[in-house]
Design a protein around this ligand. Structure first.
Ligand code: 5GP
Ligand code: ZN
Length: 117
C-alpha cells in the first residue's frame, strides 16, 4: 500500500527524480521547484520529502524545515529585489488543493500582474 502510494503520487515521483523538475532549493527534508503552470513568473512550490496529504499529516521534523526554506527562497529571489509575494498552502479539495502531497506556494506579485493568484 505504501509503495503504491509513493508510486502514484506526482510529487513523490518528483522527489525520486522519475519526473523532472526545475529545482530551486534542496535540503535533506525539503525540495523546492518551479510550478509547471505558474500563476505569475517565478511561482515556486516547497514540499516535504515525506509523503503527507495534508499539513496535519506531515511529521513535524519535515514541517520544521519548510518555513525556513520558504523564507530563504523568498529572501534571495524576491525580498532582496523588492518583489512582493504570497505564501499559500491549501488542504483538501474544498480548499483548492489539487495535488495530495503537501506544498507551500510562493507566488511573486509585480505591478504588471493581475489580481489572480
Ligand atoms: P494545489 O492546487 O494542489 O495547491 O497546487 C498544485 C500545484 O502543482 C499547481 O500550481 C500546479 O500547477 C502544480 N503542478 C501540478 N503538476 C505539476 C508537475 O508535474 N510539476 C510541477 N512542477 N508542478 C506541478
Ligand atoms: Zn507524495
Amino acid at each position: 500500500h505504501l509503495m503504491s502510494l509513493l508510486d502514484s503520487c506526482l510529487f513523490c515521483k518528483i522527489i525520486k527524480g522519475s519526473i523532472p523538475c526545475h529545482k530551486v532549493l534542496e535540503t535533506a527534508k525539503v525540495l523546492a521547484f518551479l510550478d509547471i503552470n505558474p500563476l505569475t513568473e517565478g511561482h515556486i512550490l516547497v514540499i516535504p520529502k515525506a509523503h503527507g496529504e495534508r499539513l496535519h499529516m506531515v511529521p513535524e521534523e519535515y514541517l520544521g524545515e519548510m518555513l525556513p526554506a520558504a523564507g530563504r527562497i523568498a529572501r534571495k529571489l524576491f525580498g532582496e529585489r523588492g518583489i512582493d509575494y504570497n505564501l499559500l498552502q491549501n488542504n483538501g479539495k474544498l480548499a483548492h488543493q489539487e495535488v495530495d502531497h503537501v506544498h507551500f506556494h510562493i507566488i511573486p506579485k509585480r505591478s504588471s500582474d493581475d489580481g489572480l493568484g
